[in-house]
Design a binder for this molecule. Structure first.
Ligand code: SF4
Ligand code: SF4
Length: 261
């Protein structure tokens, strides 16, 4: 029987989400028995054979004109396309440039910016092609990734909770750091997936899984003000890995230096 052909692609990213896949080596070995992992440069030097794919996993955001053409080609060749991580689902940390002028930033960072061919913005994959499922996180959670791959190969919808980190705190029995010690925490508006890792160590959540499906930042902003943060500090809290995600973007734009495009 022909095994499903799977590919893993990288765009602008740090490779951390691909590493999460490699970290799950036991699960990966089981998956490798069930699929033909035909393109995954972080694990193998096998080149793209030019064929079609049953499943493409895509890490990273679109930041250059070449990226726009490449993701369109990958979409055309993929029966199912799933984006993994904050870069692919929200633009990532590199989307902070979307709040400013990319030409000015290039002139500060590079000695010869004239050699660069970049877009004015760093954007999620779904801004460019249809995406079958978005898996959030910076990096993604390995257990959720295995579920997404299994579901895709079985032809079913992945079972991924869409509630907030606060629910995971309750399930873990964590005392609420926001209530108990007035520690700023984005848990109420952040997508589940990490098991409330930071509050479990008495730290506030800084939103690395991006907005939860029902995120409303207005009421949380009021609570954050009561912890002593001013508006600029609140905006900076949202201006990280998922700054360009709708829901966080509207608050992050008020961070010092931010300027809505
Ligand atoms: S610590 Fe943060 S994530 Fe946990 S319940 Fe409190 S506000 Fe929610
Ligand atoms: S608690 Fe928040 S910042 Fe910490 S790992 Fe989870 S989603 Fe990320």
């Amino acid at each position: 029987m022909t095994r499903p052909r799977v590919a893993v692609w990288k765009f602008a990213s740090c490779d951390g989400c691909q590493l999460t896949l490699l970290d799950r080596e036991d699960d990966l070995l089981a998956v490798a028995d069930a699929v033909d992992l035909v393109y995954f440069l972080e694990a193998s030097s096998a080149p793209d054979d030019g064929g079609d794919f049953d499943l493409s996993l895509v890490e990273g955001s679109v930041t250059t004109p070449a990226d726009v053409a490449r993701i369109a080609e990958i979409r055309r060749r993929s029966r199912s396309l799933i984006t993994i991580g904050a870069c692919a689902t929200a633009g990532g940390i590199q989307a902070l440039r979307n709040f400013g002028d990319v030409r000015e930033l290039m002139s500060i960072v590079y000695a010869t910016p004239a050699f660069l061919d970049v877009l004015a913005t760093a954007t999620p994959i779904s801004d460019h092609v249809a995406v079958d499922f978005e898996l959030r996180g910076c990096p993604i959670d390995g257990t959720q990734l295995v579920e997404v791959i299994s579901a895709s190969l079985a032809g079913r919808r992945p079972v991924i909770a869409s509630h907030s980190v606060c629910v995971e705190c309750k399930l873990a029995g964590n005392p609420c750091v926001l209530v108990a010690s007035a520690t700023p925490c984005l848990g109420p508006v952040t997508h589940a997936g990490c098991g409330a890792l930071c509050p479990g160590y008495n730290r506030g959540c800084y939103g690395c899984f991006g907005p939860s499906d029902s995120a409303t930042t207005g009421p949380l902003t009021e609570v954050l003000r009561a912890t002593g943060l001013d508006d600029a500090a609140i905006a900076r809290l949202f201006a990280t890995f998922n700054a360009w995600a709708p829901g966080f973007r509207e608050v992050a734009v008020a961070a010092p230096g931010g300027e809505q495009r």
